[in-house]
Ligand binder design. Structure first.
Ligand SMILES: C[S@@+](CC[C@H](N)C(=O)[O-])C[C@H]1O[C@@H](n2cnc3c(N)ncnc32)[C@H](O)[C@@H]1O
Length: 304
């Protein structure tokens, strides 16, 4: 048996390393591969969010590493005392972290179920249902707007969202956008059929559901075109997976496959039309400690 090292995740810059020690204890919620379509449909509250399902709150909880959130927000210029909007806040875990840094933070999300969870988890914080591609005038103005892992779900609207958010910032206010690049596409050694299917499925998600796996590399240009000033950019890695999957990565990648990929409507012709046949091969790949998978992370911030 090869010796498997516990994964240490490279941080977002300067060769710093952060361990995933802030992730909460894992409880066995990982489901069988056969999460069926009827269950998904009854889970989905009608939003266009392609990761919508009953365990999304738990997936986001496990993905949220407080030290990483604070390192990223501080890099962008977050300071205690600022009024902060967590735009696309999900269940509010990031809103809580930003608020507890000494800011006055609130969150908004277009999914009513995310906002229900956020209000339940953090009754002392303000959360509102709002689509950030529309006017956010009703929420007032902010010194800092945090938009992390949201623009990928708004591919064709992302540039317009960045432009519009200027209207929600106070003079000197900061927009911080963080997203993945070449998302879900970097794996080795992957069988040619599996790799081609994954790529076609991701193309399909872009065309049909506006999910952009390349939004990370576009952030700088979107900020530049919207005439933000003092723009800064950092590139790092979000996932760097080798050896045995951690519990968090297990849940994250299972859900990506079982929810976004399965419900994409992609026909899986390469596998005789069977999602299950595709899933079996894909999961065997992810579960093999010999594979290497990584995802670039791009952070871009600018001021008004
Ligand atoms: C992956 S979660 C990210 C949560 C959090 N921002 C973070 O940093 O961990 C993406 C969230 O963005 C929300 N979202 C996507 N597009 C949105 C939009 N146009 N307006 C508001 N919320 C949106 C989804 O409902 C989901 O809760």
């Amino acid at each position: 048996m090869p010796v498997i090292k516990v994964n240490e995740k490279p941080a977002w810059r300067n060769g710093e390393f952060l361990k995933e020690n802030a992730v909460r204890a894992f409880c066995p919620v990982v489901q069988s591969p056969a999460m069926n379509k009827a269950a998904f449909d009854s889970d989905n509250d009608g939003s266009l969010y392609i990761m919508e399902h009953s365990q999304e709150c738990e997936r986001l909880r496990r993905k949220t590493i407080p030290e990483r959130v604070l390192a990223q927000a501080s890099w962008a210029g977050l300071k205690p005392g600022m009024r902060v909007l967590d735009a696309g806040c999900g269940p509010g875990f990031t809103t809580r972290i930003l608020n507890d840094f000494g800011t006055d933070a609130m969150g908004c999300d277009w999914a009513p179920r995310r906002i229900e969870s956020a209000r339940r988890e953090h009754p002392d914080l303000r959360f509102e249902v709002a689509d950030i591609s529309n006017s956010l005038e009703q929420l007032g103005r902010f010194d800092f707007i945090w938009v992390r892992f949201v623009l990928e779900y708004n591919g064709r609207k992302a540039s317009e969202i960045i432009r519009r958010l200027k209207a929600s910032l106070n003079p000197g206010g900061i927009l911080c956008c963080i997203d993945l690049d070449h998302n879900c596409l970097n794996h080795y050694p992957m069988d040619a059929r599996l790799e081609a299917t994954l790529k076609s499925c991701i193309d399909h998600l872009y065309k049909k559901l506006d999910w952009d796996p390349f939004v990370g590399r576009k952030l700088y240009t979107y900020l530049f075109d919207a005439e933000y000033s003092s723009i800064a950019v950092e590139a790092g890695s979000q996932h760097c997976i080798y050896g045995q999957l951690s519990d968090t990565d297990t849940m994250n990648w299972l859900k990506k496959l079982q929810v976004a990929v399965k419900q994409s409507g992609y026909p899986f012709e390469e596998y005789g039309g069977s999602f299950d046949a595709f899933f079996e091969e894909a999961w065997a790949f992810f579960n093999n400690p010999r594979r290497f998978t990584y995802t670039p992370l791009i952070m871009a911030c600018g001021k008004v």
